[in-house]
Structure formats: C-alpha cells, structure tokens
Design a protein around this ligand. Structure first.
Ligand SMILES: Cc1cc2nc3c(=O)[nH]c(=O)nc-3n(C[C@H](O)[C@H](O)[C@H](O)COP(=O)(O)O)c2cc1C
Length: 188
C-alpha cells in the first residue's frame, strides 16, 4: 500500500461500516442541506474542443502545496477525457450565472463544445477554457484520482488562480441562492 491509499479498516480493528439505515433519496436530500458554491470544470477534448460540466463537489484540500478536489460521476460522458487530460480548470460561478450552471449540468450538448455556444471564455495556460464573468478560477494540474463508490475524486494541483469581485452563486436543497452577509459577525 502506498501513501496515496488508505485501508477501509479502522485502527481499532473494526473492518466494515454497518449497512445504511436510509435509502439513496434520503441520503441525497440530507447531503443537499449542505450549501455549496457552483463550479464549471473545464478541459479540452482530444480534438481540441472545449468541454465542461457543472460540479458542486469542489472543495479545498491543502494550502501548501495548493490542492483542491472535486468528484465526477462514473456515468459522466466526460469521464475518460478528465481522467486522461493533464490539466483542467475550475470556474467558480457568480450569482448571475444560473443559466450557465443549468446548461453545463443538463447532460445535453456534450459533444463538439455545444455547451460553450454563446458562452464567453478565454484559453488559459494549456488552452483550458476560463469562463468570463466568474468569481474565481483555478488552473489545475491533474495530480491524482481516487475511485470511490460511484464517483472518481480528482485532486488538482493549482498552478494559477484568479479572483474577480462578484457575488457567488450558491446551491442548497436543489435550489439556487444568492448570499447575504449574516448580521452576526465571526469574532475570530
Ligand atoms: C448544481 C449542480 C451540481 C452538480 N455537481 C456535480 C458534481 O459535483 N459531480 C458530478 O459528477 N456531476 C455533478 N452534476 C451533474 C453534472 O453536471 C451533469 O451530470 C453533467 O451532465 C455531466 O456532464 P457529462 O455527462 O457531459 O460529462 C451537478 C449538476 C448540477 C446542476
């Protein structure tokens, strides 16, 4: 076992989780209570056309080195492309980009860059699409991938990132939201 693998066994000797006492729909709804941002993960297909999908599984992993993660369904049409490309970009959507989220999350227009029609973008390093109008973007080296359940976890090493002063799009309980600062401020 190398350092990238971990055993399912717990150090105290327990080797298996007990079977879930809930169904998939209940689990999905419970997970949906966790509010997230919304991203479009982009890369280039082998023929050079831009591809991308909506993902809210994005999260930070490490500051030094700079690492992020996101997970991709095994059923995604783009799976093999993302597995094999050396780089991808994570574009963090702004609050006025709901239509972009819907288009890239719909399962349609996957081929021949169709999702990018009438979408403004520029090529970043390695030609990977950076969408115009986002809050932030991360250009990532495709550092490692982990098969877990029905998804593949992608860990990206961030080579460049940018921030734009825009309000973020938020997703919670299957609905899109806009943020509003809480009146009670964090004292830390
Ligand atoms: C708000 C939102 C978040 C999503 N997050 C993810 C995600 O993190 N991982 C994933 O595999 N699919 C996610 N999806 C679904 C994919 O965007 C969708 O299945 C897409 O069609 C997959 O693209 P592909 O099959 O063309 O590769 C999300 C969809 C929406 C609308």
């Amino acid at each position: 076992m190398n350092s990238r693998e971990s055993s399912a066994a717990h150090p105290d000797g327990t080797s298996n989780a007990v079977a879930p006492d809930f169904d998939v729909e209940h689990f999905r709804r419970a997970l949906g209570q966790f509010a997230t941002g919304v991203t479009i993960v982009t890369t280039l297909a082998p023929d050079g056309s831009p591809i991308g999908l909506t993902a809210n599984s994005f999260n930070s992993v490490s500051l030094e080195p700079p690492l992020v993660l996101w997970s991709l369904s095994r059923r995604a049409a783009s799976l093999e492309v993302f597995r094999n490309r050396s780089h991808y970009a994570v574009n963090v959507l702004a609050s006025d980009q709901i239509q972009v989220s819907r288009r890239f999350g719909s399962g349609k227009n996957y081929l021949a860059g169709g999702r990018f029609e009438n979408i403004d973008w520029r090529p970043g390093n390695h030609g990977i699409p950076l969408l115009t109008g986002c809050c932030a973007w991360f250009e990532c080296f495709n550092r490692s991938r982990y098969d877990e359940g029905d998804h593949i976890i992608f860990v990206g090493e961030v080579e460049r990132c940018g921030i734009e002063a825009r309000e973020p799009l938020v997703f919670q309980n299957s609905l899109y939201h806009m943020t509003q600062p809480h009146p009670e401020r964090d004292s830390s």
